[in-house]
Write a new protein. Structure first.
Length: 205
């Protein structure tokens, strides 16, 4: 990682993705989780206070040392053990069917090879296990979608490879997950090209 990605970007993500307006949607993504959970893109631990009581352990996958350091206070206050257990969502260091569920919030947009990462999630989550997700992505309105395509090259450079045009539901379905629940909407207070969100639950078949 360069200086910007390593030192600056984690703070930018904390500022933007940690906005209080997103807390309710984060809580919805976390709500179905139980047992042992793998969270990809753990970041600075913005979901830690929202884990349901039914969660018993979290394996955190996070490439940034700065992001992991920023999460220290949140981890210290957590009611469940949280271990940094991986650095790369495309190559998870876990046995098959190791987890009861998985969590991804504003992560599927940045992973370079999303199909590979979702294949890994499907491998490590038990059949029937849930994946809670909150992501932004491709908007259905043509005018917004055009702006997303225009802005995406800039977004990728300044936001750690973040794509604006990925379709979360299609990506999960193509990877062999069944989407049980999804709510898609424009987040109030966020410019539409950046604020079309998908929150829901998928299940590993």
């Amino acid at each position: 990682m360069g200086f910007y990605d390593d030192r600056v970007l984690p703070h930018l993500i904390e500022l933007t993705c940690g906005a209080t307006m997103l807390t309710a949607s984060r809580r919805r993504a976390c709500a179905p989780l139980t047992g042992d959970v793998v969270e990809i893109g753990f970041g600075s631990g913005l979901n830690v206070a929202l884990y349901p009581d039914a969660v018993t352990r979290v394996a955190a996958v996070e490439p940034s040392d700065v992001g992991w350091s920023m999460s220290e206070k949140r981890r210290a206050a957590a009611t469940v053990p949280i271990d940094r257990a991986g650095l790369d969502g495309e190559h998870l260091p876990f046995d098959d069917h190791s987890f009861d569920g998985a969590l991804s919030t504003f992560t599927m947009c940045t992973i370079p090879n999303l199909p590979a990462a979702l294949a890994e999630l499907r491998r490590v989550v038990k059949p029937g296990g849930v994946v809670g997700f909150l992501e932004h992505g491709a908007a259905p309105d043509e005018s917004v979608a055009r702006w997303q395509h225009r802005l995406e090259p800039i977004q990728r450079r300044v936001a750690g490879g973040c794509h604006l045009t990925r379709d979360t539901r299609a990506a999960l379905t193509d990877a062999g997950f069944e989407v049980d629940e999804i709510d898609r909407f424009y987040q109030r207070g966020v410019p539409r090209p950046f604020g079309y969100l998908s929150v829901g639950v998928a299940r590993s078949l």
